[in-house]
Design a protein around this ligand. Structure first.
Ligand code: FAD
Length: 385
């Protein structure tokens, strides 16, 4: 074991751990980022070409965070020198005057964010490629858009190193020993830090178990589906915006999201916001035929100008909490071990602010945002560690 002691050691170089490491190194903290797999990898939740970003949220606290997150995304792309965020705008689709759209509007209004509420007639006129029921409409959020996920992750990690951080990949943390100085063991070396931030994504239960922490997390395998346009260019970002649809009745209660033809030429990404419950290590054995069948029906009904079978299917993992809000908190009884987990399929856009508040907790500071919705003790202790 070397004598070196880091201010903070971050475990997990997905988008949340990388954002925390970036924040700390930029502040001059001596920071180590450990990742179990050789980078880049596609086994967790942060890989792929795109993610939606938006200020339109039903909950106030996310809209508030997204103001600063959007500014940090801009800073990050200036620092890295490549595009991370493409501001196309975003639409939340749902029943006109229904709870989902009304909640989005309240939250946008309370946070002084811009928006436009289309009538069902205007919605059909502006998006002629969509076929939703006549009482459907959308809230347009002009500050939303597309995050280039792989490039964003690379930007965090590159800038982290530029600011003096050390990133070691292929280093699985197998044991964490508490104390004023925390010791982290990997198969090849042992590291020490005054504080630790754990951002393990879907591997949470393995790393949290020795702390006596069992969270009610579910890991879901998500099929990322791309559907070919019949008419090339009809779903480009100049015509269709990234969208999220509250599919309360039609899609067995699941929501659906999508992005315009921006990644694979001539293909639109449309996915179910759910999937089969999996064991992370056995993910490739999961049966997701039901998801693909459900989405075939959805695309046939609502996107008539797309081929009704996906031509590309990739996979990714969600780590969901019961209320779909992450845990951003100390491990109970440990003021120098912080955890960020359970981002429930919507954490990418939030990562600049998540990285900041996790970093603040690790430095013993008061976080810039209320973390009440994200407390670990909102879940009663689970049996069966
Ligand atoms: C298909 C899909 C679409 C999504 N769409 C959106 C979207 O449009 N907008 C949005 O905001 N969000 C979206 N998300 C959610 C977002 O991508 C995730 O919330 C986010 O990537 C979670 O990042 P993470 O760092 O928590 O997890 P991960 O990316 O899984 O990172 C965890 C890392 O920790 C490492 N690790 C685990 N255990 C150890 C250990 N013991 N030692 C060392 N390393 C370890 C893992 O290898 C991994 O690299 C989507 C997610 C998916 C899957």
């Amino acid at each position: 074991m070397s004598d070196e002691i880091y201010d903070v050691v971050v475990v997990g170089a997905g988008v949340e751990g990388s954002a925390a490491a970036y924040y700390l190194a930029k502040r001059g903290k001596k920071t180590l980022l450990l990742e179990q797999f050789p980078l880049p990898h596609s086994r967790g939740s942060s890989h792929g070409q795109s993610r939606i970003t938006r200020k339109a949220y039903s909950q106030d606290f996310y809209t508030e965070m997204m103001h600063e997150a959007t500014d940090i995304w801009r800073q990050l792309e200036r620092e890295a020198g490549w595009e991370v965020f493409r501001q196309t705008g975003f639409i939340a689709i749902g029943q006109y005057k229904g709870d989902f759209l009304e909640d989005n509007i309240s939250s946008l209004k309370r946070n002084n964010a811009q928006f436009e509420y289309l009538t069902p007639v205007d919605f059909r006129r502006r998006y002629p490629m969509l076929r939703y029921p006549n009482d459907f409409s959308c809230v347009a959020d002009p500050d939303g858009g597309i995050l280039r996920a792989d490039k964003a992750l690379m930007a965090y990690q590159t800038m982290f190193k530029t600011f003096g951080g050390r990133l070691i990949d292929g280093a699985m943390v197998t044991n964490i020993k508490r104390g004023n100085i925390v010791t982290l063991e990997t198969p090849n070396a042992t590291y020490r830090g005054r504080s630790v931030i754990i951002c393990p994504g879907p591997w949470a239960s393995q790393i949290l178990r020795p702390f006596g922490v069992k969270l009610p997390l579910k890991t879901l395998r998500i099929s990322v589906m791309y559907w070919k346009e019949r008419d090339n260019g009809s779903h480009a970002s100049s015509k269709l915006l990234p969208f999220y649809e509250k599919a309360v009745r039609r899609c067995r209660g699941y929501d659906v999201y999508g992005l315009p033809n921006e990644e694979y030429p001539g293909h639109v990404k449309i996915c179910l916001h759910s999937g089969p419950d999996i064991d992370t290590e056995l993910r490739d054995q999961a049966d997701d035929k039901w998801v693909i069948d459900l989405m075939k029906g959805y695309v046939r009904e609502h996107f008539p100008s797309l081929e009704p079978s996906p031509s590309i299917v990739e996979t990714c993992i969600y780590t969901n909490t019961p209320d779909e809000h992450p845990v951003l908190d100390y491990i109970p009884g440990n003021r120098n071990i912080v955890v960020g987990v359970g981002f429930s399929g919507h954490g990418f856009k939030l990562s600049p602010v998540v990285g900041k508040v996790l970093g603040q907790l690790a430095c013993g500071e008061t976080p810039s945002y209320s973390l009440t919705p994200f407390r670990i003790d909102r879940f009663p202790p689970q049996a069966g560690l």
